[in-house]
Structure formats: structure tokens, C-alpha cells
Design a protein around this ligand. Structure first.
Ligand code: NDP
Length: 297
């Protein structure tokens, strides 16, 4: 079994290098050319040529244009990477009769209401990033290729930057922090996403009728504000010396950004849990593990 992984050094891509390794022969690429193979999603011709040379049984695409605010001004590049490249991957997968495993986002929804979004709910992105990711999803489903699309939310990895690390850094220097309290979702570990991906691939190879779009997020829900409090209280309880005394809840409207953010990022994961007989742990278990790694506790 030959697996082509794109975006190997992103948060999810890094963890997929681990979780996919036991499934088959893994060829993992980033945007650079290695041995004549190129995983640059902004270069459709090079991408096509790479897939035709590798002839994978499974393509796992963890690469994406993820700079949500910059996507408002770099719209053409965001569309090229998130939409056009998805179309190319899907067309090539269809020709090879290969599986395409892809990731998307709760930002395909408009964020209204407080119910967790189901896969069948209407989509209506409120920013360019969300629109580009939705267009990528639509290209994949329209291609007829065998696919799994996992919509996820609030991804963190222990490698690189993440929200919890940023809060800890700021809390070391600042007396007061202001954090958004009216956006709600579930922080989801890149390791969990990668493990679920490997598990789902194993099952879908035996049961291809399980193909489709799935919501994949950790259990429970929290606002950014309560997430920040959780992180800081955990650090203090474990002996970290922090300067912060006050954490203020603020509304999204008090923190203007180039891209609008949906308020309701809750995802209903019942379809994934039922179809793949999975348990998705509460967000706190993954965050606690990541914090222990970061704080070396
Ligand atoms: P990261 O931003 O951590 O990783 C994205 C990767 O894509 C990076 O390695 C980046 O490479 C690569 N990339 C960007 N542009 C190109 C390009 N032109 N060619 C090749 N590679 C490129 O993202 P995550 O791991 O967090 O995201 C994984 C998936 O989950 C994505 O589909 C994302 O849309 C989705 N998602 C993420 C969320 C989040 O909170 N992060 C929330 C919901 C969904 P480089 O480092 O070289 O730029």
C-alpha cells in the first residue's frame, strides 16, 4: 500500500507522519522538491506530475492555506491552495481509483446559533478562508473520487505555536489578559486527528460505503476565555510563576480582525463516532497532555 502525505510539517501533517507509518509505504512531502517530487499545492502542474509518478493508493492532504486573516487579502493564493489543489488531487485520485483523505473546517458554517453543526447543515462561510475550504470540499465531492473529508476545529499541536503556548507566554509578562468569550468550540489535538485518520482509513478500505464528510473534534465545548483560564490555572497549580492576575472576558466585537470569525464552532461528531465505532475524548484530556509536555511536568 502506497500512501502520499502532503503537508508533512504542519500540525496535523507532523502527527500523520507517525500515525500513517504502520499502514504502508509512506511518501511524505512538504512544499519543496525532493527527488523530483513536489508537494507544492500552489503549483497544480507539479502536483499532478508528482501524483502520476508516485501512483499512490491513498492521498492524505494535510496541507492548506491556514492564515485566516491574510486570506482576506491573499484570496487568489488561498483559493489556489485550498480549492484548486483539492480539485487536482481529487481528479488524480479518481483516475487512479485512489482514496483522498482531506481536512476542512467548521468555518464552512456561518457560526449562528448554539447547536453543534451536523454534516447535513447548510454551509455559509463568513470569511475568505472558509469559502476557499468549502470550495475545496465541493471540488472533491463533485469529482466522484473515493474520499473522506474531516471537518475539524481549533487545532493545536505540541510542535510549533498554539493558543495555549501563546497564553502562557503572555501570562509570564502581563498582569492582565483579555480573551474572547463569545466564540465557542472544542480544542482538538493534531495527534487525535491523526490517530482517527489512521483508524478510519483502515476501516474504509474494508467498508468503502463509509466514504463521505465527517465532523471530527474533541468532546465537550469551551470558549477561548475559559480555555485560557484552564491553561493558566493548570500552569499555576503546577508551580509555574506567572505575572497574570486578571483575565478579562471580551466580546468578538471588541477585538476586530480582518476576517470575521464564526461564534459557534461546535461540531456534532455523532456520525463519525457511530460509523467508525470511535470514542472522542473530552478536550481537556488532550490539552492537559499537551500542557504537561510544554511545561515539562
Ligand atoms: P498548519 O497551518 O499547521 O499546516 C498547514 C501546512 O500546509 C503547513 O505545513 C504549510 O507549510 C502547508 N502549506 C501551506 N501552503 C502550502 C503550499 N502551497 N504547498 C504545500 N504546503 C503548503 O495547519 P493544520 O495542521 O492546523 O491544519 C490541517 C488541516 O486542518 C487544514 O486543512 C486546515 O484547513 C484544517 N483546519 C485547521 C484548523 C486550525 O485551527 N489550525 C481548524 C480547522 C480546520 P509551510 O509551513 O511551509 O507554510
Amino acid at each position: 500500500m502506497k500512501i502520499l502525505l502532503l503537508g508533512k510539517n504542519g500540525q496535523v501533517g507532523w502527527e500523520l507522519q507517525r500515525s500513517l507509518a504502520s499502514l504502508g509505504d509512506l511518501i511524505a512531502l512538504d512544499r519543496h522538491v525532493v527527488d523530483g517530487l513536489c508537494g507544492d499545492l500552489s503549483d497544480p502542474d507539479a502536483l499532478r506530475a508528482t501524483i502520476r509518478r508516485v501512483k499512490p493508493d491513498i492521498i492524505v492532504n494535510a496541507a492548506a492555506y491556514t492564515a485566516v486573516d491574510k486570506a482576506e487579502s491573499e484570496t487568489e493564493l488561498a483559493d489556489r491552495v485550498n480549492s484548486l489543489a483539492s480539485q487536482v488531487l481529487a481528479e488524480e485520485a479518481a483516475v487512479l481509483d485512489a482514496w483522498l483523505i482531506h481536512y476542512s473546517t467548521d468555518y464552512v458554517f456561518n457560526g449562528q446559533g448554539s447547536l453543534p453543526w451536523q454534516e447535513s447543515d447548510s454551509v455559509a462561510p463568513v470569511n475568505r478562508y472558509g469559502a476557499s475550504k468549502l470550495s475545496g470540499e465541493q471540488a472533491i465531492t463533485a469529482s466522484g473520487c473515493k474520499h473522506l473529508i474531516f471537518r475539524t476545529s481549533w487545532v493545536y499541536g505540541s510542535r510549533g505555536n498554539n493558543f495555549a503556548k501563546t497564553m502562557l507566554r503572555l501570562a509570564k509578562d502581563r498582569d492582565t489578559l483579555s480573551v474572547i468569550s463569545d466564540q465557542v468550540g472544542a480544542p482538538t489535538g493534531a495527534d487525535l486527528i491523526a490517530d482517527v485518520t489512521a483508524l478510519a482509513i483502515r476501516q474504509v478500505l474494508k467498508s468503502p460505503e463509509l466514504a463521505g464528510v465527517y465532523h471530527l473534534a474533541a468532546g465537550g465545548e469551551v470558549s477561548w476565555y475559559d480555555y485560557a483560564r484552564h491553561v493558566i490555572e493548570f500552569a499555576q497549580a503546577n508551580g509555574e510563576q506567572l505575572a497574570v492576575n486578571v483575565i478579562n472576558p471580551i466580546e468578538t466585537t471588541a477585538y476586530p480582525t480582518p476576517a470575521r470569525r464564526p461564534l459557534n464552532s461546535r461540531l456534532n461528531t455523532q456520525k463519525l463516532r457511530n460509523n467508525f465505532s470511535l470514542h472522542l475524548p473530552d478536550w481537556r484530556s488532550g490539552v492537559t497532555r499537551m500542557l504537561r509536555e510544554v511545561l515539562n511536568k
